[in-house]
Ligand binder design. Sequence first.
Ligand code: BMA
Length: 339
Amino acid sequence: MSTKQTILGPALPNIPWEDKPKDCVDVIWRYSQNPVIQRDLIPSSNSIFNSAVVPFEGAFAGVFRCDDKRRYMQIHSGKSKDGLSWELTNERIQFIPDGDRSDDDVFNWEYGYDPRVCWIEDRYYVTWCNGYHGQPTIGVGYTYDFETFYQMENAYLPHNRNGVMFPRKINGKFAMLSRPSDNGHTPFGDIYYSESPDMIHWGRHRFVMGTKGGWQSTKVGAGPIPIETTEGWLLIYHGVLTSCNGFVYSMGAALLDIDQPWKLLYRTEPYILHPKAIYENVGDVPNVAFPCATLADAETGRIAIYYGGADTVTALAFTQVDALIAFIKENSLPQDNLA
Ligand code: BMA
């Protein structure tokens, strides 16, 4: 138990958890029963990965990336009592258009992937990579119950991916990180910050961070919803390097200024998790560990990270907030080479 509360948020006594193995030298450790969600949990799916989990009514709920057996990218809803054993709908989410322009073509479903879910004020907002005229951008929707989902306007023009909300308004505005991209397997990518008065109109875009050496040399993208801490916003992100066999997706961590989150305070030079478990190395896309959600318990400082393994299964890893923040500070890139 921490003596101080580093996480500024609610307690989550039923957070899924496993103690750190004695022989583990890393700041993050994998769940011994990984993967938590196998690729064939529902009959319609080819693979279930890169998915978003939140606390819901004393248990857990989420939005899941399920590529179907046509290999079309879809998002499904799911519920769980313990965060480990999941029931997912076999059909994809059918969004109801929100607002007064329901026949606009932004509501024509093309594809959706890599969802994030974020509780803000009175509802769960969902962001995902949304196809619009064949181009990826950030789709935005919301739900109160994980049964009925409403779709709002796309946040940005194409091309964009990895739209990640902050869990409260900042300086009176909704806030989101995103990663402008192209229509392919984008060989570049930096993280930007945008704000909105109404969740519809997004602007005042600010650069947050770009690529660096090694594991984060090709592109970076925000991962789970940032966690508010006494040391700044804790951001877990993915970094990509290009090997002779293609992209390799690892995880890193950063701290962002609380009031001006486009200002980076620290950022890990080494990765915090790298694909080396078999379910991260072997699958439809080898060598991918892609985080999309965390659960956090402010009382104990425990953090559970949900991530996709090899674009095939959903896995879980754990860390402790004080240890992770100490690791970020001790292993940060130098201040004059941070962003
Ligand atoms: C990205 C996204 C992710 C995927 C990753 C590795 O561009 O498509 O969903 O996990 O590539 O294939």
